[in-house]
Design a protein around this ligand. Structure first.
Ligand code: PAF
Length: 280
């Protein structure tokens, strides 16, 4: 039975009680409007923990001034049903006031340098500061032993790993696989912004990621593969922020370099900005 908690002292007591009983606590932070990708994270967290907390909080500090904070879909009642089905024990539903007791303007800010500054960091300045700030607060509120983050937000996962190591949070971070629609489109709450005509075209992102991987595996120069990928997306009507191949730490690989790589794309289709990636 899912318990919804909106008071921090109640949350702390529940987690303390579980820990007294010897339970390991898992955590899945979300912004709500949950889909199969989120539920797979809850199920993943369950594999590492005896009790699972998930939070739903649309965090104002990670949205830029012209981004979709106000129209971000809020569907908490449906989310509750899904979380219960996925085996979540507690839904932590903080208010903006409890998350930012001194107000958003006076909030302490957590900045992770380096990995935050490239790719999403270039196109969404301040985004990862907002993410790291709220994730730090959520970690301190929930005090989990393990936390699960989706690999769809590949860079976010890298940033959170650095945050946890650097600030010595005693939390194991696990990455959950991307969950895709039948045509390859990565599941995302933002997919519902897509118009009926845009939706089938959105799968072009996944096909382009496969092209990036295949081009690299065939030994073609990175600049050439990336230009072709951007061209393919532009032809399908996307405004491309980046289509690139990186090392797992998001640094730029030399042509022909061996070892694990990741292809990443961020592109806008109409008013919808989509991101996706493929590890290989
Ligand atoms: O990935 C998200 O949904 C958000 O960035 C997170 C981690 C819940 C922080 O607000």
């Amino acid at each position: 039975m899912l318990e919804t908690i909106t008071d921090l002292s109640v949350l702390r007591e529940r987690v303390r009680q579980w820990k007294r009983e010897g339970h390991r606590v898992g955590f899945v932070p979300t912004m709500g409007n949950l889909h199969a990708g989120h539920y797979s994270l809850v199920m993943l967290a369950r594999q590492y923990a005896d009790r699972v907390v998930s939070s739903v909080f649309v965090n104002p500090t990670q949205f830029g001034p012209n981004e979709d904070f106000t129209r971000y879909p809020r569907t908490v009642e449906t989310d509750k049903t899904g979380l219960e089905g996925a085996g979540c024990d507690v839904l932590w539903l903080p208010t903006v006031e409890s998350m930012y007791p001194f107000g958003v303007e006076l909030a302490s800010n957590v900045h992770v340098p380096g990995v935050s500054s490239v790719l999403e960091g270039e196109f969404r300045p301040g985004h990862f500061d907002g993410v790291c700030t709220v994730v730090s607060r959520l970690f301190n509120q929930v005090q989990p032993d393990v936390a699960a983050f989706g690999k769809k937000d590949y860079q976010q996962l890298a940033v959170v790993r650095q945050l946890v190591t650097d600030l010595a949070f005693p939390i194991e971070i696990i990455g959950g696989s991307i969950v895709r629609e039948a045509d390859g489109l990565a599941m995302s709450s933002r997919n519902q912004y897509l118009g009926a005509e845009e939706r089938p075209r959105a799968a072009e992102i996944h096909r382009t990621l496969l092209d990036l991987r295949d081009g690299w595996s065939a030994g073609r120069p990175r600049a050439e593969i990336e230009a072709a990928a951007s061209g393919r997306l532009a032809k399908a009507g996307f405004a491309v922020d980046y289509a690139t191949i990186r090392r797992p730490d998001l640094s730029e690989p030399a042509d022909g370099e061996k070892g694990a790589k990741v292809a990443l794309i961020a592109a806008r289709l109409g008013r919808t900005r989509l991101i996706d990636n493929l590890e290989f």
